[in-house]
Design a protein around this ligand. Structure first.
Ligand code: BG6
Length: 485
């Protein structure tokens, strides 16, 4: 790969995530030799101005992570270039094409998805969609199945599927990949990984931030389309998929798409019972007063900033095991976790009054704020009590626990993994067209049921875990959300 072009190279995603990720890869000597990194955007600035901006955004982050080195920066500086372009016009792309030559270019579209169709067409016309070229697309691709297909048809017209890298940055998170290692690198979990031993699964993606200035985008999408259609369904797929035959991109993605196809559609009648929509009103977030969503938006809105859903997977492995998902803005904690709740022991030999309750095992895969996998097991409390006393303990299965003296590796930005994979042409951790299609199909049914049943978001106070109905969703089935304690 001769060049990586960042369309939208001066924008928020590029400056906050992509360029720092590229710097970290440079620092660790992982970028391909000779790779040029070219920022391309509408703004008429010079290379030097652009490079100064990149340095300003990278340096602070790298220093905070103890990974700043003038030498690494000098190497990155030598790769960087900038070109003002109108990416929707093949003519305007000509000078860029001349710069990148014929050695293969990866075009990363960090721009508004409404431009994707026109940009890929322009790339094709400018000769930047040849067999050696690739394109990377950020989510959201479309806002429903119809608009996804419109955009993706234009993409398919310019590039073959194996040249298209649809990013879901959750797949680049270390713990997500660790989940694959945990499930398929051990014999002890897989025999239990089914409806005989697992009671239910919970996926929580809690954020403390509000929507703030992002409302022009967010108001059109809402939590269902912004988080659940992509990040949360991807996590669900990795928990629920059958063992792939190998880690080949298509082997993994074939298994994921089978899960999406097995998701039981949520009917209009059921939507009220198995889904919850919420929107935050003014409250307190992280100790500070926080505005309500409508105040940020400046006018009334029916967009949900919180969603909770019970999903059922209709296949042999998961029949009868509900998957509960919830995500929202302005929740009390930034916490992302997958909880695998095992069933209780079939018969307890312990006297509950004397020994305390035997709690069912629980595997918690925490993605944020810590990266940790822990298994709760019952244990005897040490001592000479006449009757045995039980207590739950948490066993950490994380890297750091193996060798407490070793310094844990720097926590990487998810984009480091994904950029590197895209540059190497490995699409295992990217979303294939049929996956995105199935995910939209399922999510469209939910949004249609909401529209049809006039199901509006329920209020929740900023800084709380969403509307009470989200707790009821679990409580009705005799379960509760993991409190994180
Ligand atoms: C993005 C969403 O995809 O993911 C944002 O558009 C959200 O609304 C973000 O805040 C969360 O990502 P992370 O990695 O901070 O959990």
């Amino acid at each position: 790969m001769a060049a990586l072009v960042l369309f939208g190279g001066g924008g928020d995603l590029a400056m906050r995530m992509l360029l720092p990720s590229l710097y970290f890869l440079e620092h660790d000597g992982l970028l391909p030799d000779g790779l040029k990194i070219i920022g391309a955007a509408r703004s008429d600035e010079t290379r030097d101005e652009y490079v100064a901006k990149v340095r300003a955004s990278v340096e602070g982050k790298a220093k905070a992570d103890d990974a700043w080195s003038e030498e690494a920066w000098a190497r990155m500086d030598a790769r960087l270039d900038y070109l003002p372009v109108d990416a929707t016009s093949a003519d305007s792309l000509k000078p860029l094409k001349d710069k990148v030559g014929d050695g293969g270019v990866t075009s990363f579209l960090a721009v508004s998805p409404s431009l994707y169709g026109r940009i890929v067409t322009a790339l094709k016309d400018a000769g930047m969609a040849g067999p050696k070229d690739r394109v990377v697309l950020e989510k959201p691709v479309g806002r429903d199945l119809k608009t996804f297909l419109e955009i993706d048809d234009a993409v398919a017209h310019a590039f073959r599927e194996n040249q298209v890298f649809r990013i879901d940055h959750y797949l680049g998170k270390e713990t997500v990949q660790n989940l694959i290692a945990l499930r398929f690198g051990n014999t002890i979990f897989e025999p239990l990984w089914n409806n005989l031993s697992i009671d239910h699964v919970q996926i929580t993606v809690g954020e403390t931030v509000g929507v703030g200035d992002r409302w022009p985008y967010y108001d059109e999408y809402g939590a269902l389309r912004d988080m659940l259609q992509n990040h949360m369904l991807q996590l669900l797929c990795l928990v629920a998929m059958e063992p792939p035959s190998d880690l080949d991109p298509d082997s993994v993605r074939n298994e994921k798409v089978k899960v999406l196809r097995s998701l039981r559609p949520i009917t209009h009648e059921e939507a009220e019972r198995v889904t919850v929509r919420g929107q935050y009103v003014a409250g307190t977030s992280e100790g500070k007063p926080a505005k309500g969503y409508e105040e940020e938006r400046g006018q009334p809105s029916d967009t949900e900033t919180f969603v909770a859903i019970r999903a059922d997977i209709d296949n042999w492995r998961w029949a009868g095991v509900p998957f509960f998902m919830r995500t929202g803005k302005r929740l009390p904690e930034k916490r992302t976790e997958i909880v695998i709740q095992f069933k209780p022991v079939p018969h307890s030999i312990f006297d509950r009054d004397d020994t305390g309750e035997v709690q069912a095992n629980r595997l918690v895969i925490e993605l944020q704020p810590e990266e940790d996998i822990s298994l709760s097991v019952m244990n005897k409390r040490p001592g000479l009590d006449q009757r045995m006393q039980l207590q739950p303990i948490k066993m950490s299965l994380s890297w750091g626990q193996n060798d407490r003296r070793a310094k844990p590796p720097r926590r990487r930005i998810a984009y480091e993994r994904l950029l590197l994979d895209a540059l190497h042409g490995d699409s295992t951790l990217f979303v294939r067209r049929d996956e995105a299609e199935q995910a939209w199909k399922w999510v469209d049914e939910v949004s249609e049921a909401w529209a049809d049943g006039e199901i509006k978001p329920q209020e929740y106070v900023a800084g709380t875990w969403g509307p009470d109905a989200a707790d009821m969703l679990m409580a009705r089935t005799g379960r509760e959300w993991n409190s994180g304690d």
